[in-house]
Design a protein around this ligand. Structure first.
Ligand SMILES: C[S@@+](CC[C@H](N)C(=O)[O-])C[C@H]1O[C@@H](n2cnc3c(N)ncnc32)[C@H](O)[C@@H]1O
Length: 443
């Protein structure tokens, strides 16, 4: 009997066990209990217990769903009032913003602004060419004379400059911003026999007194007492001296931290067609108005920004600051009157020495001008994903897909990239190549 009572209070599994036991065993009164009744009573109780637990489950599930949808509604509702076109489009690899914003390396997730060219032309080289180029460049880079180029170019941009110069094969190279001469050396590796003109307030030989620097034998230096800003050089005269009649055979490289709009106008004025900007800072960062900043417009994915703290963008950007030193949050991005363009609504120039507030209208007009003279706009991708390079500075969410994607250790090791110090991968700032041509004016 005791067994029978016990079995009726058991769970269905216990019940089955009790029922299977041979009729209480051992003899006595209890042994005479009608088995079928015991079974019936036990299964009824079990069903009741099951119903109660099912109902509990249903109530919990209902409450959970209610809470979940309420939370989702609260967290998403401000987004509806935000003019944030960057987040209207679905991220490339997942369907939900929430599932991805904590990830450390999701390339281009926050959008990669770019400028549209006149005829939609792009570069001839492919990612295969870039990969092949890496294999060639790593051993060259390992022999660089300036091993410590802090405040100058790191590996990514050195590779980009070398690769593009070798591809374009210019008859003359002009560089503005030489520092210790590392970029002059990179240009020389790409084109061993062609002349270089290097412009910099301080001659690189000045740095030789303190440590390694590079001074080129086939380079005309507009430096030290001969310094003249790119914008005030008589290029017609200089080109004539160098026997250059076709300006499309000249490559101009800017690493002088000047307003890129100013430099672009000066290069156009002189008639140059191929221009590379080393530092192409993202909106809200850097010390000069950059091409990337100019291209950051409402009609471009990742362009235009929402200055409300309740926007998805603000929430995502804030979290990304934990991962990446140079990630930009809403405070970096937005100035007075929610001005998000340039740097909090300002156009910076000359290493932040000057800063001019510009209206949104002026910012749009600058973009229209740039796009009207643009034949090609191409941003160099980072060399490899951060799980390989261990870079900690730029936010991949605002960068194009790397040449070697995260996880491809085989591709990273093959060209010898594992042999380079991690620090050399910390200088990526979206180097950009432009092909430009003058606006045709109707007389
Ligand atoms: C970031 S460093 C250049 C680094 C160099 N390209 C490298 O990686 O090897 C910037 C350089 O621009 C120079 N500079 C400053 N104003 C300049 C100007 N108006 N024209 C040309 N260079 C300028 C600075 O003196 C400095 O040497």
């Amino acid at each position: 009997m005791a067994k029978g009572r016990l079995s009726s209070r058991r769970s269905p599994a216990g019940e089955a066990e009790a029922v299977a036991a041979p009729g209480g065993g051992g003899g006595g009164d209890d042994d005479d209990v009608d088995e079928s009744k015991t079974r019936k009573r036990a299964s009824l109780a079990a069903r009741l217990a099951r119903n109660v637990s099912t109902r509990r489950c249903l109530i919990s599930a209902f409450l959970f769903l209610l809470f979940f949808h309420l939370a989702k509604f609260i967290s998403h509702s401000p987004h509806r009032f935000c003019a944030s076109p960057s987040f209207e489009s679905v991220p490339r690899t997942t369907s939900s913003v929430d599932s991805i914003d904590g990830l450390a390396s999701e390339f281009g997730f926050l959008g990669v602004p770019w400028c549209r060219s006149k005829h939609g032309k792009t570069v001839e080289w492919t990612s295969k060419d870039l990969l092949k180029g890496l294999e060639e460049f790593v051993p060259i880079y390992q022999n660089r004379p300036v091993k410590n180029n802090k405040d100058g170019m790191g590996f990514d941009h050195s590779f980009g400059l070398w690769f593009m110069t070798r591809w374009l094969k210019p008859d003359l190279m002009i560089e503005s911003g030489a520092f210790k001469g590392h970029s002059t050396w990179v240009l020389r590796q790409a084109m061993p026999k062609k002349p270089i003109i290097s412009i910099s307030p301080h001659h690189p030989e000045k740095y030789l007194r303190k440590g390694p620097a590079y001074v080129d034998k086939n380079c005309t230096y507009f430096a030290g007492k001969d310094f003249a800003d790119f914008g005030s050089v008589d290029w017609e005269c200089v080109m004539e001296k160098h026997g250059i009649s076709d300006l499309s055979r000249v490559l101009v490289f800017f690493d002088d931290h000047q307003n890129a709009l100013k430099r672009l106008e000066q290069a156009l004025e002189a008639g140059f067609r191929h221009v590379i900007f080393d530092d192409n800072y993202d909106t809200g960062t850097g010390d000069h108005y950059s091409l990337r900043q100019i291209c950051d417009q409402l009609h471009i994915r990742g362009g235009g920004h929402c200055c409300s703290r309740y926007c998805d963008e603000a929430r995502i950007r804030e979290r990304r600051k934990f991962f990446w030193k140079k990630a930009v949050d809403i405070d970096d991005l937005c100035g007075t009157g929610d001005a998000w363009w340039g740097i909090r609504g300002h156009m910076h120039d000359d290493f932040n020495r000057s800063s001019e507030a510009i209206s949104y209208y002026e910012h749009v007009r600058n973009n229209m001008f740039v796009e009207s003279v643009l034949d090609v706009y191409w941003e160099l991708p980072p060399v490899a994903g951060p799980s390989l390079t261990h870079q900690t500075r730029y936010d991949p969410a605002r960068a194009p897909d790397p040449i070697i994607e995260d996880g491809r250790f085989d591709l990273f090791r093959k060209p010898g990239l594992t042999r380079l110090e991690c620090a050399v991968f910390n200088g990526y700032t979206q180097m950009v190549y432009l092909q430009i041509s003058r606006l045709l004016t109707v007389e």
